[in-house]
Design a protein around this ligand. Sequence first.
Ligand code: ADP
Ligand code: ADP
Length: 235
Amino acid sequence: RPLLELRALRKSYGNAEVQTEILHGIDLRLMPGEFAALIGPSGSGKSTLLNCIGLLEGASSGELLIDGQVTQGLDDAALTALRGRTLGFIFQFHYLLPAFSAQENVYLPVMADQGHATPAMRTRALDLLARVGLADSAQKRPAQLSGGQQQRVAIARALAQHPKLVLADEPTGNLDTRTADEIFALLREVNRSENTTFLIVTHDPRLAARCDRIIRLVDGQIVEDRPNVPQASEP
Ligand code: ADP
Ligand code: ADP
């Protein structure tokens, strides 16, 4: 069954007087394990779509199901619970907490969700940091890490609660090409080893070409949605 299903999803912004529709009826399904790119010009609605899927904003109409669960009509507590159980987020700017160590940054959101810290959370945070190549940096603060290392911490944080679907908004947007390639390879590795589903907003055609599926949004509508045979990364 689809992990994500959108039916005629519409999103408008505005007030009672003036409404501007940004998403004009989006139909989309993602199956478990997909590794999909969401591309399209600036202002086409990619972030708005990701925010709706991430349950950060309510749609104006249409249906949005995550892991088979209808999301319309859920109260904030139910939305938070569904988000924690199913979704992970990676942003262009990683929003790490500067006063806390890498390890704390990975488990603090889990603690916030569950109300208390457990030794298991701390251990999983260390395991995840090792996984993203930061075993020796767990006690460092963000300012002591490079941009690429900070984004690795953000990836470890996104994976802390075993998400089924990771939503990534320009995850390599502020990184140099080589670091972007490394981060992208890491996302792919997580996808392959744990069957985690990814929906990745990118403006970089090189990175989109490495995804299994390319979804193109123009003016709030999906104008292209096709499978893609990923190109082998350069030697
Ligand atoms: P993209 O991510 O593809 O660049 P966005 O989803 O950020 O596109 O924006 C799509 C359109 O929605 C833009 O015209 C933007 O100005 C508008 N928009 C985004 N957020 C809001 C908001 N909170 N209120 C009003 N308009 C918004
Ligand atoms: P209604 O139109 O039924 O009043 P809204 O879309 O205005 O519902 O949502 C009211 C509040 O409920 C929003 O501020 C938001 O916090 C939450 N909400 C409802 N559905 C969703 C959703 N699918 N994703 C994110 N937030 C939602």
